[in-house]
Design a protein around this ligand. Structure first.
Ligand code: NAD
Ligand SMILES: O=C(O)C(=O)C[C@@H](O)[C@H](O)[C@H](O)COP(=O)(O)O
Ligand code: ZN
Length: 367
């Protein structure tokens, strides 16, 4: 009997823009052999930044890189959102300083979106910018966070308030990593996949609606296709607008309210769960503004509930949420701006909606 040839990874290209180099997102299995080529020939030192939950992965990777002749260190970060702080970034800078990390050395971020956001930010800020490679290990990291070069940390005042646009040299999405992901985290990533479906690729919605239970699994029949389709949406959008001067804002669909919910919950809600509620809110806002048809608005709640994502939030928190939304990055002056839909895959900006409209949309998600 012959052993089947390993399937080559899918390669999705992200164009360089505004002086940055193009790079590829690879999706497949057993991709770590690609890492040395992405680290490049100039590096002497490599720092592997990983969350506590992936301690053994981080150490194996460090040992592997050391065997290849790099001076490799593993830097363990707290799990999840707790890593996105100035203190954790400073801890990483200290580790780099003590290792004598130079401009030709390379950072590898292995973990979920929180880890790759910090790893990218440390890479952007160390010596004003060093090369980094993203190895996302969550659905959300693969389809969204690791692609596009938005890096950053939170401050007491809000989500992702400090950061930089600093694209990686490459992104390795090893689907096998998803098999250890708790279902709660897996499903959180589906929110960003569903977002990609509503803003650009409705086939995603059809695939999930055909078998929502299978969509919740790392080994479902459509898993790889869903992940690849969402990455293609992100890659296409960021290729044309790295610094979010225009079209990239559509990737923020549902995020204006989501970030306010995350802050209000002291980051104990997963990002994807907050984005799910935020998209239902944005859909209702679109409907109330006369931009979105009833069927598409209703489809939000149905698909998100079908995969087990939340669609409501505590009704008594509205004043605090509005206050936080006022400092959303899309706000211009005093003008709140939301991404809404004018139909499937037809995102648009809604500027300065009447407070009564916001209140009416809020009533639809208030628990
Ligand atoms: N930069 C961007 O463009 C962008 C886009 C979307 C989201 N984000 C950010 O991404 C973050 C959310 O990312 P996330 O949903 O991946 O969550 P996360 O990074 O918080 O990870 C969730 C949990 O899973 C653990 N984990 C990671 N991989 C694992 C694995 N393979 N097996 C077991 N456990 C694992 C983590 O340690 C953590 O405890 C948010 O901070 C969000 O703001 C950034
Ligand atoms: O890549 C983008 O652009 C996005 O908006 C993707 C979002 O899913 C992501 O959560 C992003 O981190 C939000 O960025 P922010 O600029 O609103 O903080
Ligand atoms: Zn997001």
């Amino acid at each position: 009997m012959t052993t089947p040839e390993p399937t080559p990874p899918t390669r999705i290209s992200v164009a360089g823009s505004e002086g940055t180099a193009p790079y590829d997102v690879l999706v497949g299995r057993a991709l770590l052999g690609e890492l040395p080529a992405l680290i490049g020939p100039a590096a002497k030192r490599v720092a592997v930044l990983h969350p506590e939950a992936l301690a053994s992965t981080g150490e194996v990777l460090r040992d592997d890189l050391a065997d290849q002749g790099y001076e490799a260190i593993a830097v363990q970060l707290p799990n999840g959102e707790e890593a996105k702080t100035a203190e954790v970034a400073a801890y990483c800078w200290k580790a780099l300083g003590q290792t004598g990390f130079t401009r030709t050395d390379v950072i590898v971020g292995v973990g979920g979106g929180a880890t790759t956001d910090v790893a990218g930010f440390v890479a952007a800020s160390w010596l004003r910018g060093v090369r980094w490679v993203a190895v996302p290990t969550t659905v959300l990291g693969m389809v969204d966070a690791a692609v596009g070069g938005k890096t950053g940390i939170n401050t007491a005042e809000g989500k992702n308030l400090v950061g930089a646009f600093h694209p990686p040299a490459g992104v390795l999405c090893d689907l096998a990593a998803l098999e250890s992901l708790p279902v709660h985290d897996y499903v959180s990533g589906l929110a960003e996949i569903i977002k990609a479906g509503f803003i650009a690729d409705p086939v995603i919605l059809d695939l999930i609606e055909a078998d929502p239970e299978a969509a919740r699994s790392a080994v479902g029949p459509a898993t790889a296709e869903l992940i690849e389709r969402a990455i293609r949406v992100k890659a296409e959008v960021v290729s044309g607008d790295l610094k979010e001067s225009g079209r990239r804002e559509i990737l923020n669909y549902g995020h204006t309210l989501a970030h306010a919910i995350e802050k209000n919950e002291r980051y104990n809600w997963r990002h994807g769960a907050a984005v799910a509620v935020g998209m239902v809110f944005a859909a209702e806002l679109g409907r109330i503004a006369g931009r979105l048809d009833d069927a598409t608005a209703d489809r939000h709640r149905a698909i998100l509930e079908a995969v087990g994502l939340p669609v409501t939030y505590r009704g008594d928190q509205w004043p605090k949420l509005v206050q936080t939304m006022r400092v959303d990055k899309k706000t211009r002056g005093d003008l709140l701006r939301f991404i809404v839909l004018e139909g499937l895959a037809r995102p648009a900006v809604l500027e300065g909606p009447d407070p009564a409209m916001l209140l009416a949309a809020h009533a639809e998600i208030a628990a």
